[in-house]
Design a protein around this ligand. Sequence first.
Ligand SMILES: NC(=O)c1ccc[n+]([C@@H]2O[C@H](COP(=O)([O-])OP(=O)(O)OC[C@H]3O[C@@H](n4cnc5c(N)ncnc54)[C@H](OP(=O)(O)O)[C@@H]3O)[C@@H](O)[C@H]2O)c1
Length: 253
Amino acid sequence: MPSPINEAAVLHSERREAVLRVTPPAALDTIFAPIRDASPDRSFVVAQLGQSLDGRIATPTGASRWINGSGALDHLHRLRAHVDAVVVGIGTIAADDPLLTVRRVEGRHPVRVVIDPNRRLPAHARCLSSGDARCIVVRTSPGATPDGAEALVLDRHGDDIAPGDIVSALFQLGLKKILVEGGASTVSKFIDAGAVDRLHVLVAPVILGSGINGLSLKPISELTEAYRPVTHVHILDEGDVLFDCDLRRTWKG
Ligand SMILES: NC(=O)c1ccc[n+]([C@@H]2O[C@H](COP(=O)([O-])OP(=O)(O)OC[C@H]3O[C@@H](n4cnc5c(N)ncnc54)[C@H](OP(=O)(O)O)[C@@H]3O)[C@@H](O)[C@H]2O)c1
């Protein structure tokens, strides 16, 4: 049986066949090797976004459940099971109120980290209610936190907390493998800051036609400035396509 990497090469040159091919879940496991084998001496950050064919991560009202199919959801839960901490922006808590636990696969729940500089995290947020994993709230000033949350206070630089500072602070807490799960603005800030090692984009065969865009990075004027990461492609169950992009191996041109 070809490895997922060989299969990706095949898919690239035989696009007609790609539509029909499903990468077996067992073979998909090698996708997680870079996370599993990451050096303990530094952080390893993987970011993910599930999106439609037209690049939307949610409808105009913020509804994003479920753009992607069950294969992509399983993949997201496998990602969570491979990391020490899962990071989301407060916009995702407001829109989806996710638990951020591992439920669809075997594995340990990651520590949940919510970036919330303006103290918008509601006391009833579901990520606070489960005692299975810690919940850390990243803020810019000390003060009371909702029950179940621990504060991590970091400086603001301009409008933002530097993603690199968040990654370093989590490393100091022993949280070395990190999943930045969303939303689009949080993932974009981490990529713009050069803080992401690996990007998983899961494209579903659905067209929303309008809604919240996926990545939005610093503008470029020439195509020669675009990131062209080394990418492996996998077809998941229900036809979602996973682009596994190595952001540490990109070329421009
Ligand atoms: N399809 C997917 O894979 C996926 C995954 C997750 C979420 N979603 C969808 O994405 C939408 C939410 O995305 P979003 O882009 O609007 O919001 P978001 O990325 O979840 O949260 C953005 C907010 O988090 C805070 N934040 C994040 N990084 C920060 C930083 N470095 N420094 C300071 N503050 C930071 C800011 O809060 P303040 O606004 O308080 O300043 C910012 O406005 C929802 O509709 C959700 O359903 C989709």
